[in-house]
Design a protein around this ligand. Structure first.
Ligand code: 13P
Length: 255
């Protein structure tokens, strides 16, 4: 089963709407459709920039996603953004359970599982983020932690839902730190995720689900991760904010 390589840019709480649009204009100018035909490129801007950026990318292969969603559809929930609203604003994908949401916004496994289901109900493709902290890694709990994080989500999903899922392995200690696991270690984690998906659904279905690596990805190391057999793409923070490093990563994956 050939899984297409995905380069996903998580802009976190960066870039004003005009800055996001300017980046989008330049990215399109540099985006040669034939040259980059082998990879999928996805941008996760702030919720404010979703609609204008999706308009800018309309008719191009570049896709847009949201960084989070709240539960519900519409209602008296001040400040909340549902999957429905994000979808109508141009998002096709949504990050769920990013470690920054777990850490700073108190999202636990149960809420993450509910959000994955809410994303699917809203016709969004969820990208479920999992990964261990430095302490958990020191205690050699990496695989057990991920098994718990993924195990919380899978019971609520049917096979039809699972096809829409992407999983991102993001070790918390590697995010924004300049530290990375070896491609071999990252692949071991990705292979364990795929195995767990295979147990819950079927090995054939698990073979179709993309698994990304995230954490201090840069133009220098992105290719190495992607070449690992169970890693199908990268979820990039810092290095995706700069157009030159973003294009350099696309170049490094294009052939
Ligand atoms: P960095 O690429 O800045 O380490 O961030 C990774 C990340 O959290 C992507 O979601």
């Amino acid at each position: 089963m050939m899984r297409r390589v995905l380069l996903a840019a998580n802009w976190k709480m960066f870039k004003t709407v005009p800055a996001a649009l300017a980046f989008g204009r330049e990215l399109l100018r540099r985006y040669d459709v034939d040259h980059f035909s082998a990879i999928d490129v996805m941008i996760f801007p702030t919720a404010l920039a979703l609609w204008p950026l999706s308009q800018r990318f309309a008719g191009s292969p570049i896709q847009i996603g949201a960084q989070n969603l709240d539960l519900g559809t519409e209602g008296a929930l001040t400040g909340a953004l549902s999957g429905y609203l994000l979808r109508e604003a141009g998002a096709e994908y949504v990050l769920v359970g990013h470690s920054e949401r777990r850490q700073h916004f108190g999202e636990d496994d149960e809420l993450v599982a509910t959000k994955v289901q809410a994303a699917i109900s809203a016709h969004l493709h969820p990208i479920l983020c999992v990964g261990e902290t430095a302490e958990e890694r020191e205690r050699e709990e990496t695989l057990a932690i991920m098994r718990r994080q993924i195990g919380a989500v899978l019971p609520g999903l049917g096979s039809q839902d699972a096809i829409k899922l992407t999983v991102a392995y993001e070790p918390v200690w590697a995010i924004g730190s300049g530290k990375v696991p070896t491609a071999q270690d990252a692949n071991r984690a990705a292979a364990a995720i795929r195995h767990q998906l295979g147990e819950r659904f079927s090995p054939e279905l698990a073979d179709r689900i993309r698994i990304l690596y995230g954490g201090s990805v840069s133009p220098k190391n992105v290719r190495e991760f992607i070449e690992a057999p169970d890693i199908d793409g990268a979820l990039v923070g810092g290095a995706s904010l700069n157009l030159e490093t973003m294009v350099a990563m696309m170049e490094s994956l294009a052939h």
